[in-house]
Design a protein around this ligand. Structure first.
Ligand SMILES: NC(=O)c1ccc[n+]([C@@H]2O[C@H](COP(=O)([O-])OP(=O)(O)OC[C@H]3O[C@@H](n4cnc5c(N)ncnc54)[C@H](OP(=O)(O)O)[C@@H]3O)[C@@H](O)[C@H]2O)c1
Length: 296
């Protein structure tokens, strides 16, 4: 029976990977921080060498995009979790012949500004260029992994704007849709207007769909390399929110489109970072996934 290890198993994506992998005929080992602090590098190596999994899904990450721009301490955490850990996992995977699945982000793009294209986006083969420390950390990890595992099996899966069941882990952030759902319900009572950024155009990703696709990529013994896995539908935060409110019956709430500058934040975000998937069958449209998750 195939033994698979899921790191970050209580995060939004990690927990969905556990649910979906457990439905398959394989031995699923799920670790989160309470089982192993992945920044304890000796333990990381020892525990994985002892377990000898055939596949490692690394859903652990540093996701505080703004905090790491301004604080040296946070920047050090970013480097450890988003560069050192994946790099070490690649070396460990090589040693035991395991397939590594590492997650990355649309924030690897944005330095060379592109026209917003509602039917296109960046392909897996496009040159990266990040505009934030977070984005740069992902670029560096991607490069390290592809060098170390050049002749081995590995998958780097880029995604954007994740939504789904909230993470059960301590540091789990509220997803945009969950946050705006609460605000919308409140606004329906008070008549307050909601502001949403009509920018940072990309795609949403439903954690369940991504988990299933991640498992399929490995099971089908797909070619090693970078994959773009998101739901279909290029849109801004504002356009995504209108879709959510329509589905949950909050379409009478007034939503005002605003520019990204309305909410200044320390980290720059790409104006357009839609990920074009040229390698796999496209996932369903995000509105269908939204209906599946939020619809009654
Ligand atoms: N969320 C998005 O919109 C988005 C967008 C693009 C890419 N991604 C990428 O997709 C992947 C999954 O994201 P996600 O939103 O599911 O992340 P998440 O919910 O924040 O989960 C991350 C997990 O990592 C664990 N973790 C953090 N530090 C750890 C440590 N030192 N040792 C062990 N575990 C540790 C966390 O546990 P604790 O809570 O205990 O720290 C948590 O369970 C990540 O690579 C992320 O960067 C996400």
């Amino acid at each position: 029976m195939k033994k698979i290890l899921i790191l970050g198993s209580r995060g939004m994506l990690g927990q969905e990977l556990v649910v979906q992998a457990q439905k398959k005929d394989c031995d699923v080992v799920a670790w989160d921080r309470s089982d192993l602090d992945v920044t304890d590098f000796k333990k990381l190596k020892d525990m994985i060498l002892e377990l000898e999994p055939q596949v490692i899904y690394n859903a652990v990450a540093y996701n505080a995009v703004d905090a790491c721009e301004e604080s040296d301490g946070e920047y050090a955490k970013l480097q450890k979790l988003n560069i050192e850990v994946p790099t070490r996992l690649a070396k460990i995977s090589k040693k035991i012949g395991a397939t590594l699945v590492q997650y990355s982000s649309d924030y690897v793009f944005g330095a060379k500004q592109r026209e917003i294209d509602y039917s296109g986006g960046y392909s897996e083969f496009d040159e990266t260029g990040a505009v934030s420390k977070y984005g740069k950390s992902r670029v560096e990890a991607e490069k390290n992994i592809s060098q170390i595992l050049d002749n081995e099996k590995y998958y780097i899966i880029r995604l954007s704007k994740l939504f789904g069941s909230p993470a059960s882990s301590i540091s789990g952030k509220k997803a945009f849709f969950d946050f705006m759902l609460e605000k919308g319900k409140e606004a329906q009572k008070t008549g307050e207007k909601i502001k949403a950024v009509d920018g940072e155009v990309s795609k949403f990703t439903y954690a369940k769909d991504l988990a299933l696709e991640s498992i399929s990529i490995v099971d089908e013994n797909s070619e090693s390399g970078i994959y773009h896995i998101t739901n279909e539908g290029v849109c801004s935060w504002y356009e995504g929110l209108l879709e959510l409110y329509k589905i949950v019956g909050l379409d009478d709430v007034v939503v005002e489109p605003v520019s990204p500058e309305t909410f200044p934040r320390p980290a720059k975000r790409p104006a357009f970072s839609a990920l074009k998937n040229t390698k796999r069958k496209p996932l369903r449209h995000f509105s269908e996934a939204l209906r599946d998750y939020y619809g009654s």
